[in-house]
Design a protein around this ligand. Structure first.
Ligand SMILES: [Zn+2]
Length: 424
């Protein structure tokens, strides 16, 4: 019994000292004077897991946390050390400026601009709709997270001129790591496609499936694209020619496959039907784990879809399902110090606000106090939660990282750069 008490004390001591160190950086930045901080050695993580909640803004997470009784895997475990807020603009986001003076629980939008009518979010099929778009789409948001470069809406791992940009998945593969993408969306959805393909327009579905065949990814799991349903034998042959085991049922997933391309119908957030995103996250981690390490991106895609429809309870269910997948990864990692987990979103959807101070809300009252100001994407902030020690990165790029209201401010470029920094 005594041993256990000592062990727990040590854990808590080390966690709190790490938190104090982040606070020391923070105070240093906020007060504008220099304090001497230790210099951290460059450490790398063998494995990096990136979770992207599509459309999951700060308030999406807050509503889900309240509904869940006050805690979530992605926000509240002690080993999730760093929380930052992140901007999500693409090159073509031309909306009003974000107001930094607003409270961070506020979605950061001007309510007068959100009258509930569809906003001019969107893009043409060439992805060149520069100045008619107020907010990022999932293609440009996914591209920025995948490549570290901003681009115009609709581009998938391509810059605004149509030049391909190397993704972190490709970089990880080049380092000899195994790589994978798991999504609850169709495999040709904008977020997975930003990591797996290089295509000028997100609506070019056959182009995306052709391009994915050239990806170095070892594992690709999501729902089956319509384009593939219509030409299943053609695409099955294409992927099999690249060494993939192509499967259409979760039961057929084989951990001994040399490469996996699995198009599974109906990946649900949670519940009695399988597979859930959580089940597939555990399978993916078991499959990718190897001596050289891995990079895995997991997307919770349907948070965005339900937020477009302003379906509060369904948004919360999707976010909870995504959180269960994060919790599973956290337990899978356990005490290992070789795995970095980063959780963020490509953009917020719905400009979710609260009718009352959310700190006064409960599981019983939160749903009726959720107020959607838009049926589209917004420029509201998203969270960046990190499980792992990233003090070295914060120190190295101290001058570029803004620190306001007790939080670091990132954008997708800084998130990508942090991932790359720790992979190599
Ligand atoms: Zn999105």
């Amino acid at each position: 019994m005594k041993k256990i008490i000592i062990f727990l004390t040590l854990i808590f001591t080390s966690v709190f000292s790490l938190k104090n160190d982040y606070q020391a950086f923070a105070n240093n930045k906020e007060d504008g004077f220099s304090i001497s901080l230790p210099t951290y050695e460059h450490k790398t993580y063998k494995n990096v897991i990136l979770f992207i909640g599509d459309g999951m803004g700060v308030n999406t997470v807050e509503a889900t946390r309240i509904y869940n009784g006050g805690d979530l895997a992605m926000t509240d475990y002690l080993d999730f050390e760093l929380l930052a807020y992140s901007r999500t603009d693409s090159i073509t986001s031309t909306g009003f400026a974000y107001d930094e003076s607003k409270n961070l629980i506020d979605p950061g939008v001007n309510e007068e601009l959100y009258d509930g009518t569809p906003s001019p979010y969107g893009s043409d099929s060439l992805g060149t709709s520069g100045n008619i778009t107020l907010y990022t789409d999932s293609a440009a948001g996914g591209t920025a997270l995948a490549t570290g470069q901003l681009t115009t809406n609709s581009r998938l791992a391509m810059d605004q001129f149509g030049n391909p940009i190397t993704s972190i998945l490709e970089q990880a593969s080049g380092l000899g790591k195994k790589t994978g993408v798991l999504t609850s969306d169709t495999i040709d959805g904008a977020t997975p496609a930003a990591f797996l393909s290089h295509v000028g327009a997100r609506h070019d579905k056959s182009g995306i499936l052709q391009s994915i065949a050239t990806s170095p990814a070892d594992l690709i799991i999501g729902q089956e694209p319509s384009e593939m349903k219509n030409n299943r034998s053609t695409y099955t042959s294409l992927y099999e020619s690249k060494g993939f085991d192509v499967t259409f049922k979760a039961d057929d997933l084989d951990i001994n496959s040399s490469r996996i391309f699995s198009a599974i119908p109906g990946i649900l957030p949670q519940g009695i039907f399988t597979p859930t995103l959580e089940d597939l996250t555990i399978f993916s981690l078991d499959y990718l784990d190897n001596d050289e390490g891995f990079f895995l991106m997991v997307e919770g895609a349907n948070i965005d879809k339900q937020a477009h429809a302003n379906q509060s309870i369904l948004v919360i269910e999707e976010t909870l399902g995504f959180d269960h997948a994060i919790n599973a990864a956290r337990h899978w990692v356990g005490d290992r110090k070789d795995t970095l987990i980063v959780i963020t979103a490509d953009h917020e959807t719905g400009a979710l606000s609260f009718l009352q101070d959310p700190s006064t809300l409960t599981k019983e009252t939160v749903i009726e106090n959720m107020k959607w100001l838009s049926t589209n994407h917004s420029r509201s902030l998203v969270r960046v939660d990190v499980s792992g020690d990233v003090r070295e990165y914060l120190q190295k790029y101290e001058d570029e990282l803004n620190y306001i209201y007790d939080k670091y401010y990132f954008d997708h470029i800084l998130v990508n750069r942090m991932l790359r920094y720790y992979l190599s």
